[in-house]
Write a protein that binds this ligand. Structure first.
Ligand code: GPP
Length: 373
């Protein structure tokens, strides 16, 4: 994903704190094992996170976007971390309350990616060999499991950082429920590959679980750490859900219509891969009988799609006005996200900290929205 400079600066603000908290969480657990034979186990986690190379040698780190934990910290600020910030001893010390939850979110995300790469048989992620590709499937499954355990373990760090017991327990239940939802989404996604009867609404439900649930969870957990006001928590959770769906649909739109320069990969790549993403599902629902037959024939073949077939598919997408549908849908999600944030903004009580966080979250929406024009 190529990020705009405004989005980059919004993401950058918390990147260093999240990165440091992630590293110290992993180091604490790895350092406590007492046996050198386990260094390579935690080394695999570090490899997946981009900190070391395949020989477990420190590498010039290219930290991921840390989008989800940043979302958690922004929701925390937006929801009322300012109350704590007022008494904070240093400008950033109020963040401490939320950092363990931010780490838990990022580790949860990465454990699902480790397992996803195995399930999809993907040999590369972020331009590097995947974990299973280097260390084999059994060890990669185990490292993914360990990272899930570490994510849950990390969350309880909130108890050492002033978070009340009832809130900590609730955070745990929201995170666990979300992992279940992500796995439900993944189940649906995999099962859809074998089916020809997937509707747009089934697809939207699936991405709501697989992709948006963790963004909603991040925003909801951040809000829960910042306030006890249920309507604020719900609004930020809705924002997370809407932007999560929008991120996925943006990906779907770019996967079909972005130019190669915009995408950095093959144009219409999702068509060539026969990916059942939103555009194709919309076209299947709206094509006339002749076009439907062409689509079904092309999509049921096992042989690689050639450029003539891809052109035919693109022509059907044009006849079904699928691009306009996707763009309108994307705009609607962005609108929902903006409205949720506006409902959180209260000019009479908001401080500069929460206004800045809301501003940064709006930058995220603007970034997603650009694919709608
Ligand atoms: C329970 C599990 C394993 C869930 C996987 C969740 C997930 C978001 C996978 C990545 O999705 P993707 O396949 O659409 O993205 P990518 O292109 O990054 O693989």
């Amino acid at each position: 994903m190529v990020l705009s400079t405004t989005l980059q600066s919004a993401l950058l603000r918390h990147q260093r704190s999240i990165d440091a908290a992630l590293r110290s969480t992993l180091q604490k657990v790895a350092g406590a094992t007492g046996i050198a034979a386990l260094d390579a186990y935690y080394g695999q986690m570090q490899y997946h996170l981009g900190w070391v190379d395949a020989n477990l040698i420190l590498t010039r780190s290219n930290p991921g976007k840390l989008l989800r934990p940043t979302l958690l910290l922004l929701a925390y600020e937006a929801a009322g971390a300012w109350e704590l910030a007022k008494d904070a001893t240093s400008p950033e010390s109020y963040l401490q309350r939320a950092l363990s939850a931010a780490v838990a979110i990022e580790l949860t995300h990465n454990f699902t990616l480790i397992h996803d790469d195995i399930e999809d048989g993907d040999t590369e992620r972020r331009h590097r060999p995947t974990l299973w590709n280097i260390w084999g499937v059994p060890q990669a499954i185990n490292t993914g499991d360990g990272m899930f355990g570490l994510a849950r373990f990390a969350l309880w760090g909130v108890l050492e950082n002033g978070v009340e017991g009832d809130i900590a327990a609730h955070l745990g239940s929201v995170l666990d429920r979300t992992v279940l939802e992500i796995a439900e989404g993944q189940y649906l996604d995999i099962s859809f590959e074998q089916r020809q009867d997937i509707s747009v609404s089934m697809y939207l439900d699936m991405i709501g679980r697989k992709t948006a649930a963790l963004m909603r969870c991040a925003a909801e957990m951040g809000a829960m750490l910042g306030t006890r006001d249920q309507s604020t928590i719900q609004r930020l959770a809705s924002f997370g859900q809407a932007i999560g769906i929008a991120f996925q649909v943006r990906d779907d739109v770019l996967g079909v219509w972005a130019t190669s320069e915009e995408l950095g990969k093959t144009q219409a790549g999702d068509i060539y891969r026969r990916k059942k993403s939103l555009p194709i599902l919309h076209a299947l629902e709206h094509a006339n009988s002749q076009d439907l037959q062409i689509l079904q024939t092309i999509y049921s073949q096992e042989t690689p799609m050639d450029s003539e077939q891809a052109t035919q598919v693109l022509a059907i997408l044009a006849r079904t006005q699928t691009q306009a549908y996707c763009r309108t849908f994307l705009q609607q999600q962005c609108q929902t996200a903006y409205e949720a944030l506006d409902a959180v903004s209260d000019p009479t009580t908001n401080t500069s900290l929460s206004s800045r966080a809301i501003g940064d979250m709006k930058v995220m929406i603007q970034f997603v929205e650009t694919a709608a024009y």
